[in-house]
Unconditional design. Structure first.
Length: 305
């Protein structure tokens, strides 16, 4: 978690440093693409603040109102971030691009734009490297895409996607600006803004999909479920595990419910001892599983979920 916070703080600092300079350069040179990049940096700055707020809220201890804690606050704010990227970042950039393609304005002096873009690429690139290193530590042997899909911590891949989109967007703007000024094609300024907007919309859709999945409740992997079934059925007195239901309450907390059958000759005390053994065994191997509910049922009953 400390590594993820470091990547968020680095992204926040980078976006804050360059947002104002982008707006100034865009106003001086009359560049729609630079204004779009300024909007992009402002949206990213707000996003980092929201992620930090979500991380803080997710650590709030459980109470009577939220007996399983506030872990899903992080998933909620991650979803809000993806919507902001879509609506503010992508939508406004696309609008600016269409306007400047339809009604191109004379190009101003691009000198400051080049300076700001070069510095922005350095700052955003540095932030991207920090985010990539932090994510690389938690992805293990998984491929990058599989690690993103399987990740239960949206703060890790959100910053990675944002910084990656920022570097790619800045490169698009730089290329279009050089070509536009070299061949006096003012429409390319609007094209750059449009491409940046489409890039942000694409990124936001991926992030919204992953954040929505986490917010609705993702369970543990099939391999983990199988291990839990095997460990539970190895406990003396347990006949069979009928159902395993789980959901991530936060990246560090899992809620697990087991429905299992026990031997008919066990009394209440023996069943409780078996349940204690089940919970202790699962917690030992799966420390993220904080809440374990074991429901004993008669073997003859059938359950469908």
């Amino acid at each position: 978690m400390a590594n993820q916070k470091a990547s968020i703080y680095s992204a926040l600092a980078a976006n804050l440093l360059i947002a104002i300079t982008k707006f100034i350069a865009g106003a001086v040179s009359n560049s729609a693409s630079m204004i779009s990049e300024g909007i992009h940096s402002v949206v990213d700055t707000v996003n980092q603040i929201l992620l930090l707020f979500g991380l803080q809220r997710s650590k709030k201890p459980a109470d009577a109102l939220r007996p399983f804690g506030y872990g899903k606050e992080l998933y909620f704010y991650s979803f809000i971030v993806s919507i902001l990227i879509f609506g503010l970042g992508g939508g406004i950039s696309i609008y600016q691009g269409i306007i400047h393609i339809s009604n191109p304005e004379p190009l101003g002096d691009p000198t400051w734009n080049y300076v700001v873009l070069a510095l922005s690429i350095v700052f955003e690139g540095t932030s991207l490297i920090i985010a990539a290193k932090a994510f690389n530590k938690v992805r293990g042997h998984e491929t990058w895409w599989n690690a993103i899909v399987k990740s239960k911590d949206p703060s890790s891949f959100l910053v990675l996607f944002e910084d990656g989109a920022a570097v790619l967007g800045l490169s698009i703007v730089m290329i279009c600006m050089v070509i536009g000024h070299r061949f006096q094609i003012p429409q390319l300024d609007g094209v750059a803004s449009l491409l940046v907007g489409l890039l942000l919309v694409g990124v936001s859709l991926i992030l919204a999909r992953e954040s929505r999945s986490l917010l609705m409740g993702e369970g543990i992997s099939a391999m983990s479920r199988q291990k839990i079934v095997e460990k539970t059925e190895a406990v003396p007195g347990v006949v069979k595990v009928l159902t395993v239901v789980s959901t991530y309450q936060s990246p560090d907390e899992v809620l697990l419910m087991l429905i299992a059958t026990f031997k008919e000759d066990l009394n209440t005390h023996q069943i409780n001892e078996a349940i204690d053994a089940i919970q202790a065994g699962i917690r030992k191997e799966f420390p993220l599983i904080r809440y374990i509910i074991v429901q004993p049922e008669e073997f003859t009953k059938q359950f469908k979920f």
